[in-house]
Design a protein around this ligand. Structure first.
Ligand code: MG
Length: 377
């Protein structure tokens, strides 16, 4: 059984305010649609991701390249956009989950419930039972009560077996607001599974604040610190934060002795609670002799990514009397940005002397300390 997630992101919705359609507006560290896509990309029951775009957006840099999705151009209406997604899935998937790109808080548990219900139903969709009292009103006056029993608020993803849904869509000419309506018009059985109050659809400007708050509560934020020292010895250059600086001495060490990069690397391992450089790259192992330190940093970044974390920022302080760091700060940030796959404005490299006190003050070596923040959305 192969399941595709179709993320419908072709709308132009502007009720949410801002210059861009709501699915491309930023929420936390990425756009709204990217959060929705990530939930499906990370789910073991989903085999492929299809992103339906508005024709104007296809050549833009608005839509996320990560996670990777097949790109499909949508139609003039939501139903036509879904149909384009279904055509893309046809022959490649047996089941589809159709999700609104503007619901960034969909959870693995909701996806689980929809998938499970599809084992015994043609369709399944999450919903939340209405618990508020419902009124009829006119001119700001209550004119009556509406019985709320049996009323639900519909959510997405709405899941279906592909072949009958595709037939239902082809036979349908109305501009239905959702796929459940299309499926039911064709006589398909659609089960209701438990949705989640937090699986909100971004519609108004206030929804961004609400979604950020909900996301903040779920976010796993970790801090790590690293500290390293290397002594000076004979030589004519030092490596610091990925940049080779001419100097009248060199830092001694098993690797290239890039003390700044080591501190950042250890900060990442520290945040993950996964040891330190010495454990991952033992100095006793000859293969790391003279190694370029970006190998260590790349390893730590990959480990963080594997664990589902994204590096939010890093701040490194180099402690030395010489060489002068200031003229090289920008190059160091660029080098680290490249190795860490991080925007340069999320990287800080600072330097301080120690007022000629201690081993750094006497010029016997360089110390570095670093902090990093890791975020798991
Ligand atoms: Mg070191």
């Amino acid at each position: 059984m192969t399941t595709a997630a179709i993320i419908v992101a072709a709308g132009r919705g502007t009720r949410a305010g801002g210059d861009l359609p709501k699915q491309w507006q930023r929420l936390g560290d990425r756009c709204v649609a990217a959060h929705a896509m990530q939930a499906f990309a990370a789910h073991p029951g989903i085999d492929q991701l299809i992103l339906v775009l508005h024709p104007d957006d296809v050549d833009s840099d608005l839509w996320p390249r990560d996670p990777v999705a097949s790109i499909v151009t949508g139609g003039a209406t939501r139903r036509m956009s879904v149909l384009a997604g279904l055509h893309a899935a046809a022959g490649r998937a047996d089941r589809v989950l159709i999700h609104d790109a503007a619901r960034p808080l969909v959870t693995a548990a909701i996806i689980d419930r929809v998938l499970a219900a599809l084992d015994s139903h043609a369709g399944a969709a999450p919903a939340v039972a209405v618990t508020d009292t419902l009124w009829h009103g006119q001119n700001d006056h209550v004119t009556g009560l509406q019985d709320r029993s049996g009323l639900y608020r519909a959510q997405t993803p709405q899941g279906f077996h592909l072949v009958p849904l595709l037939a239902a869509h082809r036979a349908n000419t109305d501009d239905a607001t959702d796929d459940v309506a299309v499926a039911r018009a064709a006589g398909l059985d659609v089960a209701i599974v438990a949705g989640d109050e937090e699986n909100i659809k971004i519609t108004t400007p206030g929804d961004f604040a609400r979604a950020s708050k909900l996301m903040g509560l779920q976010m796993d934020i970790r801090c790590g610190n690293g500290y390293d020292v290397h002594r000076f010895g004979p030589g004519d250059h030092v490596w610091l934060c990925g940049v080779k600086l001419p100097h009248d001495r060199s830092l001694q060490g098993h690797s290239d002795a890039d003390v700044g990069m080591h501190a950042i690397t250890d900060a990442i391992y520290g945040a993950l609670g996964m040891g330190d450089i010495g454990q991952h790259f033992p100095p006793s192992d000859p293969q790391w002799k003279g190694a370029a330190s970006h190998i260590f940093l790349e390893h730590a970044v990959a480990l963080a990514t594997e664990q589902g974390y994204r590096i939010s920022n890093t701040d490194c302080t180099l402690i030395c009397e010489t060489p002068k760091i200031g003229p090289h700060q920008a190059a160091m940030k660029t080098a680290l940005a490249q190795i860490m796959g991080l925007a340069a404005d999320r990287i800080s490299v600072k330097a301080t002397t120690s007022e000629r006190l201690g081993f750094t003050g006497r010029g016997e070596g360089i110390a570095a300390q670093a902090t990093v923040t890791l975020v798991k959305p």
